[in-house]
Ligand binder design. Structure first.
Ligand code: C2E
Ligand code: MG
Ligand code: MG
Length: 590
């Protein structure tokens, strides 16, 4: 065997010629050369069957044959085999151009002219086989590449529809699922879940544990047999959406929400740790007339503010949201547009009837909404961050007012003006320094100003709040705990905070003359405050009986409609001048 054929010795070669002598000759030649799988055929009509049962690598094909010409056979093979047609070398005696062209058009690779030159025959066969091999290797590679690309595309498609951490459906799939279900039913139940406390888990135990918590949670929710959910998907890391997709009534929404909250908030065991998250759920109960995106949005709007709660969407929520957004737009320019002003509510000495100080209370007169209560706009200002500039404005107004009153000698040396300070202000690391500087600049002693903070405001970041309050207390400012009794009501922290005043919340005062428990509580707070040497202020006193009781308990100051509502400066100063000693309240005492 020569080097030429050794590479292709097992190539399947089919010789087709009606002349047995030619077939014999070529077969001998090839077998001598070392080819082991050479077959000869003299009947062109049997070739197709042979190719069907076993496709040759190469066909040596005569053109002139009775029954079926080589060209005809080629044409038929092309029709049945298309691209898979075996390689063909045409054997021809005549060198007529026309036949050659036809053969080439039908895919013939080469020609061998009779009588055969042996060396040329072997070389051309070898060349054709080599070309075939190259082509088939290339096409194999192309196929492999194609299938790899297809596989990767499939993978990427799956990944592009998954949350990478939990493997849950992503936004796109959530919206598609809702779209699909919406066409089947109008009663589409969609839950928007807000998970709380994940950041704390991350900070406390590491972000790996936070990730594991999310995965464990998603696995747990998917195994709930009593919540046959259609889809659990991830809207954002800590916001998940559940599509229930069945006909649903309000009572079902309630049952499912309560069950989901319970499952979401259950402790999760991870290695040696037990962690848990808190959750809130907003529910959209209908898909009618809404796009999938709007359905998710309505569920999100319905999210309640408090943890462990659920709420279903209603029109009021939307209107509320709109009002908040409009108010927040208006609030942004309220200072520049001169729409804010302060009123002052007297605090009256229980023993003498003298007005010892005032609380500055903010008012917003909006050209679009009229008078808006601070109960409504202060939380918006806090959420939007406007409270920082508004708070500074309030402080500067109060300082200026106090300077004015002292200059006019309308108030005495010990008269105080109190301002309410939101937790966001207290969280500003330069708040205390700023206030100290502003007061100094105005030439005002610090003790003539009081800061009112709420318990919940302090709890946000006790450490930071403490620093600020300590600086202020050290500088001489009065520090009052506002709305005492409504927040954490922890007496323990009062010992560590530099507090000088306790303001007992109106909630206790307003019922104390008819509710024994409120009365006892108020009494206890006043007693305790006395022990700590705090000044006590009772808020929201409206009834003479309340006043009498508070007087008997030893409360120091009274703030309430019984004596005066929040007033404009001039009215307030008149009351400061007259005091309340001559009024019925104090007269009856004498
Ligand atoms: P607060 O600091 O507890 O103020 C006392 C609230 O009780 C005031 O409501 C006052 O008008 C009201 N009030 C006083 N006496 C009575 C009474 O006898 N009966 C009744 N029913 N209410 C009485 P206002 O002015 O609507 O302020 C509400 C809250 O808004 C304040 O509660 C305070 O938390 C906040 N706020 C007001 N001004 C400011 C401010 O400048 N900055 C901050 N951060 N919050 C403010
Ligand atoms: Mg207050
Ligand atoms: Mg209060």
């Amino acid at each position: 065997m020569t080097a030429l054929s050794s590479l292709f010795s097992t190539a399947d070669i089919l010789v087709v010629d009606d002349n047995p002598v030619n077939v014999e000759l070529l077969m001998d030649l090839l077998e001598d050369e070392g080819y082991t799988m050479v077959e000869g055929m003299t009947d062109p009509l049997q070739v197709e069957a042979r190719i069907h049962s076993k496709r040759p690598d190469l066909m040596l094909l005569d053109i002139r044959m009775p029954g079926m010409s080589g060209l005809e056979l080629l044409e038929r093979l092309n029709t049945t085999w298309g691209e898979q047609v075996p390689a063909v070398i045409v054997l021809t005696a005549q060198i007529d151009e026309e036949t050659r062209h036809q053969a080439l058009e039908l895919g013939a690779q080469d020609f061998l002219t009779k009588p055969f030159n042996h060396i040329e025959v072997l070389q051309r066969i070898h060349n054709t086989l080599q070309l075939q091999r190259l082509l088939s290797e290339r096409s194999e590679k192309a196929n492999l590449l194609e299938s790899l690309v297809a596989e990767r595309t499939r993978e990427l498609k799956i990944l592009s529809r998954q949350d990478p951490l939990t493997g849950l459906a992503n936004r796109q799939v959530i919206l598609e699922t809702i779209e699909q279900l919406r066409s089947d039913t109008n009663d589409l139940l969609t839950f928007f879940i807000a998970l709380e406390g994940l950041d704390d888990i991350g900070r406390l135990h590491g972000y790996d544990i936070m990730d594991q918590t999310l995965c464990a949670l998603s696995a747990h929710i998917q195994t709930l047999t009593d919540v046959p959910l259609r889809l659990l998907g991830v809207w954002s890391t800590d916001q998940w959406v559940i599509v229930y997709g069945a006909e649903a009534t309000h009572s079902q929404a309630e049952l499912l929400s309560v069950r989901l909250l319970q499952a979401l908030q259950a402790p999760i065991s991870l290695r040696q740790l037990s962690v848990s998250v808190r959750a809130r759920i907003g529910v959209s109960c209908t898909g009618f007339g809404r796009s999938p995106e709007q359905i998710v949005r309505t569920a999100a709007i319905a999210l309640p503010a408090e943890d462990s709660q659920w709420q279903s969407y209603n029109q009021d929520l939307e209107e509320n949201l709109q009002r908040i957004s409009q108010l927040s737009d208006g609030l942004q320019m309220a200072i520049e547009n001169n729409e804010l002003h302060l009123l002052y509510q007297p605090k009256v000495d229980v023993r003498s009837g003298a007005v010892r100080g005032v609380e500055a209370l903010l008012r917003w007169d909006s050209p679009d909404f009229g008078r808006v209560s601070p109960v409504e706009f202060i939380p918006i200002a806090e959420a939007k961050g406007y409270i920082i500039s508004i708070g500074k404005w309030v402080a500067l107004q109060a300082i200026a007012a106090q300077v004015r009153w002292r200059e006019q000698q309308a108030v005495d040396e010990h008269f105080t003006v109190a301002i309410n300070v939101a937790s966001a202000q207290l969280m500003q690391p330069d708040f205390a320094d700023w206030l100290i500087a502003a007061t100094e600049q105005a030439g005002l002693p610090a003790y003539s100003l009081e800061i009112e903070v709420t318990e919940s405001g302090l709890m946000h970041d006790m450490q930071l709040a403490m620093q600020q309050l300590q600086r202020l207390a050290a500088a001489g400012f009065g520090i009052a705990i506002d709305d005492f009794g409504t927040g954490y009501s922890s007496l323990a922290y009062l010992k560590v905070l530099p507090v000088s005043v306790i303001k007992i919340d109106r909630a206790f005062v307003s019922e104390m003359h008819i509710n024994n428990q409120d009365q006892r509580l108020t009494n206890t707070v006043i007693d305790m405050a006395r022990n700590f040497e705090f000044v006590t202020v009772a808020e929201g006193v409206e009834e003479p009986e309340q006043f009498k009781l508070l007087q008997a308990m030893g409360c120091d100051l009274i703030q309430g409609y019984l004596f005066a509502p929040p007033l404009k400066e001039q009215m307030m100063l008149q009351l400061v001048a007259s005091g309340f000693a001559d009024t019925l309240m104090f007269a009856s005492q004498a």
